[in-house]
Design a protein. Structure first.
Length: 343
């Protein structure tokens, strides 16, 4: 090719000025004679040479169309493709010789260029990964959820469990006396009655109450009044001195809400499992099966191994309190909930 068109001129290398022709040999032969007139709009004498490839002494089905400079070649490429006897010819811009590029790039061979490309891609992936980690840590990757009426109907959220909390009937004077003796002050409308004795709290599982009795002999005032309010799904602000049991006051009702939510998920998983025609079955030990030949489904219990999203959020002012509350929650975690700390 370099012998045919020369290594290069001031108007660009031969490859930059050359268009690759492909078509029927007969059409290429006719186009060779009419190439100057076809590209006359680009200027007089714009086509420098038309070279057709030869094979066994006959014209092959490809050739080269060489222009005076690279700009003319690119303009010709933007024009409509030439047509001979109702058949269009294919035109391509021939790229520069790869070996010449290697010389101009400091003698880098294919292996060196491939290594540089792999290293560049690795650095880009690392930069993207670091940027994603920063966005993830700052919460920029969170997608807001737009709750609709249909979504709320499909996943109803129950907050009021006061109907399950059965307390002995007491007169208004007895309630006022209990609050007065324990220095409990309440504000708001329709305040639930406090839990006076530990034995009255039958809503929490026995496993939790056993741990509670090992830590407390009786309910503290903040616990006695907060538990019924929190279990009824109402907002509550509690003020009490240090060491009065505030952590247990909000923690046990919160964990109860989470446990009830998990029950709803388990019931949905069981309903979904009942829709399968095949029964649930486990893979026998030492049984070799080919991929795709055996179907094994997850049981409803496996479908609901812990919540798939945070269900309870506790915000405290110091890191020490975060660790302290997480430790307390671990003692009462009979449902195997995942407890995470962030500070």
């Amino acid at each position: 090719f370099r012998k045919m068109a020369g290594d290069g001129t001031a108007n660009g290398t031969a490859a930059d000025r050359t268009l690759f022709l492909r078509g029927n040999p007969t059409s290429l032969t006719k186009f060779k004679d009419s190439a100057q007139s076809y590209y006359q709009s680009l200027g007089e004498g714009c086509v420098e040479k038309v070279k057709l490839a030869q094979k066994d002494g006959q014209t092959a089905n490809f050739g080269w169309l060489i222009f005076k400079d690279a700009a003319l070649a690119r303009r010709a490429l933007d024009m409509d493709r030439p047509e001979v006897d109702g058949k269009q010819l294919l035109l391509f811009l021939k790229r520069s010789n790869q070996k010449d590029k290697e010389k101009t790039e400091g003698g880098k061979g294919p292996g060196k260029r491939a290594g540089d490309l792999l290293h560049s891609n690795k650095m880009k992936r690392r930069a993207l990964g670091e940027a994603f980690r920063k966005d993830f840590a700052s919460g920029k990757t969170l997608v807001p959820i737009k709750w609709t009426d249909e979504m709320l109907k499909e996943a109803p959220f129950r907050k009021d469990f006061s109907s399950l909390l059965v307390l002995p009937s007491r007169s208004e004077d007895e309630i006022k006396k209990f609050r007065r003796e324990n220095h409990i002050q309440v504000a708001g409308g329709n305040i639930p009655n406090p839990v006076v004795k530990v034995t009255e709290m039958t809503l929490f599982p026995q496993a939790i109450m056993s741990v509670f009795r090992n830590q407390y002999q009786e309910l503290t005032p903040i616990q006695a009044q907060t538990w019924p309010v929190a279990l009824s799904g109402r907002d509550c602000i509690g003020l009490s001195e240090t060491g009065s049991g505030k952590t247990i006051a909000f923690m046990l009702p919160g964990m109860f809400h989470v446990a009830q939510r998990l029950k709803v998920q388990e019931e949905k998983a069981k309903q979904k499992a009942a829709a399968f025609t095949l029964p649930f079955r486990k893979k026998p030990r030492n049984q070799k099966t080919r991929r795709g030949q055996e179907l094994f489904y997850k049981s409803p219990k496996q479908e609901t191994e812990g919540p798939d999203k945070p269900m309870m959020l506790v915000i405290v002012p110091t890191r020490e309190m975060v660790l302290q509350i997480a430790g307390e929650m671990g003692k009462y975690n009979h449902k195997g909930l995942r407890i995470g700390v962030a500070y």
